[in-house]
Design a protein around this ligand. Structure first.
Ligand code: NAD
Ligand code: TYD
Length: 363
């Protein structure tokens, strides 16, 4: 296959490419990424220079740029991950989310439609469980749950899911969609809950928990998400969507206290001292109370189940951040952008935070 991966320099995309490129020399991979603040080419160092891996800096909101990549590279499979992905940023600046997540997805679908004859190719769209909105206690999202997004991020992802599905139905394009729960693991940008808390714990900074920390999220290790994506690409059914989850719904406050325990254990620090860093801050507007994924369809149809339980996955993630302080330092002081600025242009350079460990409205 000639597989075009969008957003391959981000958290999940880089994990996917680092897994698939060495494992599948029979397939050719092209990473299309514009390199926003969320991209870190250092995450791809292990596959740089491999014969079956190429990179193109392209903005998926640029219709002509996307078309020219398809014309030149002629992919027969697209795995679409490129997106603006952080809910807090979407609240303070929703426009980029509409452009990348909706228009960008549309541009890719149209380029695929122009490149492939009817029924040819495969467009796999990587989406989120957040499109379904909030659940009551005891409920789970199934693939048939109604869409009910609450944030500009989840509304833009819901829109992109609709576009993908409609291209499948209208133009007979082979499409598949995965809706996954919250991911965690190495190399995640420290604006998201788990790496933010680990970084703040190591620096003894306050741990900002929104509201009372009672919101529930289902957590899945990023490597399990990537295996699920690959299983869907290989063995899934066209036109279908698959929920992917960790069978591990947890309250945020419990996740944060677990991190306090793990960091205390790993660094020989007093756990109570770390727990005292928790501070309850103003809640996120439109904050969904509960997400929980029923992942039985992908388990039954494709045999995909998470390989790591949350406590082991979290322990190894804490270890990774402890052992990769240079990575953490480069991301928090902004120097991870130096290489990009020297080698590429970046439309997002101006928005880079010099201190990503501080949570706040302006990135
Ligand atoms: P990320 O923010 O870490 O990475 C996104 C990547 O997309 C970056 O490399 C960025 O440079 C690129 N990108 C952004 N705008 C672009 C544009 N206009 N043109 C080209 N590239 C662009 O995101 P992630 O956490 O790796 O998420 C990847 C995908 O998975 C997203 O579609 C997200 O909605 C979905 N998802 C994420 C999670 C999660 O917990 N992180 C859960 C479920 C689904
Ligand atoms: P996040 O990692 O931003 O993912 P998402 O919003 O896509 O679920 O947040 C996970 C949960 O943690 C969410 O309920 C919001 C909460 N949260 C905090 O309490 N404090 C924080 O500083 C952050 C970033 C998130």
């Amino acid at each position: 296959m000639r597989i075009l991966v969008t957003g391959g320099a981000g958290f999940i995309g880089s994990t996917l490419l680092n897994t698939l490129v060495p494992r599948h020399p029979e397939h050719q991979f092209l990473n299309v990424d514009v390199l926003t603040y969320a991209a870190n080419p250092a995450n791809l160092a292990v596959i740089e220079g491999r014969e079956n891996y190429e990179f193109e800096q392209v903005d998926i909101t640029d219709e002509a740029g996307v078309r020219s990549v398809f014309d030149k590279w002629r992919p027969n499979c697209v795995i679409h991950l490129a997106a603006e992905s952080h809910v807090d940023r979407s609240i303070h600046g929703p426009r980029a989310f509409m452009l990348t997540n909706i228009l960008g997805t549309f541009n890719l679908l149209e380029a695929a439609r122009a490149t492939w004859t009817e029924g040819e190719g495969l467009f796999h769209h990587v989406s989120t469980d957040e499109v379904y909105g909030s659940l009551a206690d005891g409920e789970f999202f199934s693939e048939d749950s109604p869409y009910d997004p609450s944030s500009p991020y989840s509304a833009s992802k819901a829109s992109s899911d609709h576009l993908v599905r409609s291209h499948g139905r209208t133009y007979n394009m082979p499409i598949r969609i995965s809706n996954c729960s919250n991911n965690y693991g190495p190399m995640q940008f420290p604006e998201k809950l788990i790496p933010l808390m680990i970084g703040n714990l190591l620096k003894r900074r306050p741990l900002p928990v929104y509201g009372r920390g009672l919101n529930v999220r289902d957590w899945l290790h990023v490597s399990d998400h990537c295996e699920a994506i690959w299983a869907i690409v290989q063995h899934g059914t066209n036109g279908e969507s698959y929920n992917v989850g960790g069978n591990c719904p947890m309250r945020n406050i419990d996740v944060v206290y677990t991190l306090c325990a793990l960091v205390a254990e790993a660094t020989g620090t007093d756990e109570d001292e770390l727990r005292s860093l928790v501070c309850f801050v103003e809640d996120r507007p439109g904050h969904d109370l509960r997400y929980a994924v029923d992942a039985s369809k992908i388990a039954q149809e494709l045999g995909v189940v998470p390989s790591r339980d949350f406590s082991d996955g979290l322990r190894s993630t804490v270890q990774w951040y402890l052992q990769n302080q240079e990575w953490v330092q480069a991301v928090t002081d902004g120097s991870y952008r130096d290489w990009i600025e020297q080698n590429y242009s970046s439309r997002a350079t101006a928005t880079i935070s010099k201190d990503t460990s501080k949570n706040g409205p302006t990135p």
